[in-house]
Design a protein around this ligand. Structure first.
Ligand SMILES: [Zn+2]
Ligand SMILES: [Zn+2]
Length: 69
């Protein structure tokens, strides 16, 4: 199962755009930038560090049979 991209802050339930700014911990607890900042970038659920969620990048389609360099 693919990683689920959460679309709202677990703390204040603010909506988060998939390509907008958001913070996640190693367990994918997801928070908006305001809450992450207010919590000193520490996840209140697991105590893990909150890191900025990378934006999904458009991946070039890889054809079959292409060797990974
Ligand atoms: Zn929030
Ligand atoms: Zn967490």
């Amino acid at each position: 199962m693919a990683l689920q991209m959460r679309t709202e802050c677990e703390h204040c339930h603010a909506g988060l755009a998939p390509d907008g700014e958001a913070y996640i911990c190693v367990h994918e607890c997801t928070f908006c930038p305001d809450c992450a900042s207010a919590m000193q970038e520490v996840c209140p659920n697991c105590g893990g560090e909150l890191a900025r969620r990378p934006r999904p990048k458009p991946q070039p389609a890889r054809g079959p049979g292409q060797a990974a360099a």
